[in-house]
Design a protein around this ligand. Structure first.
Ligand SMILES: Cc1cc2nc3c(=O)[nH]c(=O)nc-3n(C[C@H](O)[C@H](O)[C@H](O)COP(=O)(O)OP(=O)(O)OC[C@H]3O[C@@H](n4cnc5c(N)ncnc54)[C@H](O)[C@@H]3O)c2cc1C
Length: 380
């Protein structure tokens, strides 16, 4: 894998994460796939290793390091350990940013320490059965009842859907005002009327508990409103660039991982008395993919630099998301082809990467929605 100009501290962190993934995740992957979810134990162990809330201030249990390269290392090492089920990036890159940015002091004290320790597992629930791309059209409602909200509706495709204890739910607090009527409200495990649906039977990422959620007259105290009422859509738009970069990070990691193993395979496997990598077609395909991987890595690193500097625009994050995730699908497919029949056998990491990758161009905003965002920034 290409060396990534890490600082000494980051290399130490990378070593610690690699050891953790190899020791605590890799040996359990097969069991987690059977269970359809990872264990709560691994969340606690990751928390004990300070792998959650890296950018959360130390007073609330985090590491106080606001540098997305750390989050990237966690994602890369998860991919290396062939472990797409562990939803740590939802915790770190989706849930934590909302909590840091929009919680008041009392809420930060209430939620952040247990998020950092892994005792509380987070989820972000925006998508509904009627649609995910058009967020302004969500139907879940939160009716103002004075000291509490009454939440009704449903969500689907929610990552950490079954394991989560704290769920940031996008609700309409004002049905008349489209996007401006959306608020973010935190629902917690055990609230009456908050039910989980079935774990969805997916083609890939099968150790990930993606699930439906149902809300029937859930009484949620006003203290669980995140930020200001009616600002939810704005908050989501503000947070999505980081979420999209986190998905692109997964794609870069997979591209580099499958390329490395395919180059090795092409050196080892022989046909017609020669290495399959020495056929001009194989060599040129590998050369093209190695070039594209370098371009993707360079662009990604630039985006991280801008994110750390608070300068990453939504359109640039959208460019990274669509281009790198689409590249991942192309690279994984071509690498699978170079594996021949073994590429189709799920015992081989390339076959798993193929099914696990497919969702990357869909969640976090589809490729088409990313192009809409970029097109809009061009004045259309
Ligand atoms: C494994 C998995 C995990 C997920 N995790 C989460 C999660 O944790 N939280 C969460 O809230 N959601 C999650 N999602 C949902 C995901 O974000 C949505 O599936 C995605 O945003 C697309 O929404 P949709 O499925 O309703 O498709 P739709 O919005 O129905 O779109 C269907 C098709 O129409 C296209 N389309 C829609 N609008 C336009 C347009 N204006 N122009 C051009 N084409 C358009 C889309 O690109 C797509 O190809 C997850 C999904 C999956 C599969």
């Amino acid at each position: 894998m290409k060396k990534k100009n890490l600082t000494e501290e980051q290399m130490i962190f990378q070593d610690a994460v690699r050891t953790f993934m190899d020791r605590e995740c890799k040996p359990n992957n097969a069991q987690w796939e059977k269970d359809g979810m990872v264990s709560r134990e691994v969340w606690l162990k990751a928390g004990a290793n300070n792998f959650f809330g890296i950018d959360v201030p130390e007073e609330y249990g985090g590491m106080g390091i606001d540098d997305f390269r750390y989050n990237t290392i966690l994602i890369e090492e998860s991919v290396r350990a062939e472990n797409p089920g562990f939803g740590h990036s939802v915790q770190n890159d989706l849930v934590v940013p909302y909590l840091i940015r929009h919680c008041n002091e009392e809420q930060k004290k209430r939620w952040l320490p247990k998020i950092c320790s892994g005792e509380t597992i987070g989820a972000l629930a925006m998508t509904e059965p009627s649609g995910g791309s058009d967020l302004a059209a969500i139907k879940t409602t939160a009716k103002d009842m004075g000291d509490h909200y009454l939440v009704n509706g449903s969500k689907t495709f929610i990552t950490n859907g079954l394991l989560s204890d704290l769920v940031i739910v996008a609700c309409k607090t004002d049905s008349k005002h489209g996007a401006h009527g959306i608020s973010l409200i935190i629902l917690e495990r055990g609230m009456k009327g908050f039910e989980r649906g079935k774990k969805l039977h997916k083609m890939g990422q099968i150790a990930q508990d993606t699930a439906e959620m149902f809300f029937k007259d859930v009484k949620v105290p006003k203290e669980n409103l995140l930020g200001e009422e009616g600002k939810g859509f704005y908050y989501m738009m503000e947070s999505l660039p980081k979420e999209r970069l986190s998905i692109a990070a997964g794609s870069i990691a997979v591209i580099e991982f499958v390329l490395e193993l395919t180059i090795k395979y092409c050196h080892e496997r022989k046909a017609f008395g020669q290495k399959i990598g020495s056929f001009q077609n194989s060599k040129f395909k590998l050369a093209e993919m190695a070039t594209e991987a370098e371009i993707a890595r360079t662009f990604y690193d630039q985006c991280v630099f801008e994110l750390n500097d608070k300068k990453l625009t939504p359109e640039k994050a959208a460019m990274a998301k669509w281009w790198i995730t689409e590249l991942e699908l192309k690279v994984v497919d071509q690498c699978l082809q170079l594996h021949g029949g073994y590429g189709y056998i799920l015992e081989y990491p390339i076959a798993k990467a193929y099914v696990n990758s497919r969702v990357q161009t869909i969640y976090g905003g589809t490729t088409e929605i990313m192009k809409e965002i970029i097109g809009k920034s061009l004045g259309f």
